[in-house]
Design a protein around this ligand. Structure first.
Ligand code: SAM
Length: 295
């Protein structure tokens, strides 16, 4: 299976692509049990109801470790096919290995920057779980996703709602900010960031500008795993997400205050619920669906 793109691999070397590959990928791999597996309830709530049928061609944008692409491959069956795209090689290698281990021959993975280029008019359905919030130019990325659809094709993307409904990220961020400053200019942040698509009105406008019709927002509240122990949860929060960015950007100042910050995080995290897979906290996402109009 192949996907034709005219962008050379070298052209993908933007600062955000470099950040995903060099800085974030090793941390996401270490915390895959939180950063991917721990968020599964947000896609499990919607996967069975997606407008995907056997034989469909489906694109999963910002597919990461490939778990939703593999689940979509089950929905389209042997006569359909799924392509997962991501700008990070390390994730795609993991995704390919996972698909091979599960004997899935109807899913393939391709390295590309969805903001620069996606194929046109090829897919019945386009999906993205927690990938579109990182588009530096969201309208361009969303427009490329629309153009990837056949006329009349549908898309669903899942994004975080506002930070106050996502204490799994905001609680640690608030604690870290008691000790360290909010970076004014962030050298190594995955901007625009997890809450960049939280505002329904703004995202509705982005979707309209990208050319979609039938734009709908559905709220999904779910508990997510933040770590398999208090130490694991602290390490996750100081590595990834908004708290991790503040900590990383502060450099030596952060290391000097590490003990204080870890103690404050331990106190807050020890008050959270324990579930089957570890420490759980509340989170909330938008499931946004839309159509590529016929003309
Ligand atoms: C938070 S992760 C989500 C991964 C996966 N969808 C999941 O739910 O586990 C965001 C993903 O989007 C990818 N990404 C960010 N910007 C991208 C872009 N412009 N083009 C393609 N992939 C992108 C990152 O490499 C990363 O794998």
């Amino acid at each position: 299976m192949s996907m034709n793109l005219t962008t050379n691999i070298g052209e993908l070397d933007t600062s955000s692509v470099q950040l995903w590959n060099d800085v974030l990928a090793p941390k996401f791999i270490r915390f895959k049990h939180v950063a991917a597996d721990g968020l599964a309830l947000h896609s499990e709530a919607v996967l069975p109801n997606l407008p995907v049928k056997p034989g469909d061609r489906v694109l999963d944008v910002g597919c990461g470790f490939g778990d939703t692409a593999i689940k979509l491959a089950e929905l389209v069956g042997p006569d359909g096919e799924v392509i997962g795209v991501d700008c990070c090689d390390a994730f795609l290698i993991h995704a390919e290995n996972e698909a091979a281990a599960r004997g899935k021959s109807n899913v393939d993975f391709v390295c590309c920057d969805a903001e620069i280029e996606l194929p046109t008019c090829e897919f019945d359905f386009v999906f993205a779980r927690f990938g579109t919030m990182y588009f530096a130019n969201p309208v361009a990325g969303l427009r490329n996703m629309r153009r990837a659809l056949k006329p009349g094709g549908e898309m669903v993307h899942i994004v975080w709602r506002e930070r106050s409904d996502n204490p799994w990220l905001s609680m640690a961020n608030d604690i870290v900010l008691r000790y360290l400053p909010q970076p004014e200019k962030c050298a190594q942040c995955c901007e625009p960031g997890p809450f960049s698509m939280a505002n329904q009105e703004t995202v509705h406008k982005m979707m309209r500008l990208a050319g979609y019709t039938n734009i709908n927002f559905e709220r999904v509240d779910a508990e997510v795993v933040i770590g398999n122990s208090i130490d694991d949860a602290i390490a996750f929060q100081l590595a990834l997400g908004p708290a991790g960015e503040v900590f990383r950007e502060a450099g030596e100042a952060a290391e000097q205050k590490r003990d204080l910050i870890e103690a404050a995080l331990a106190t807050a995290i020890s008050k959270q619920k324990i579930g089957t897979f570890g420490i759980m906290m509340d989170s909330s996402s938008w499931v946004i669906s839309a159509t590529n109009p016929h003309s």
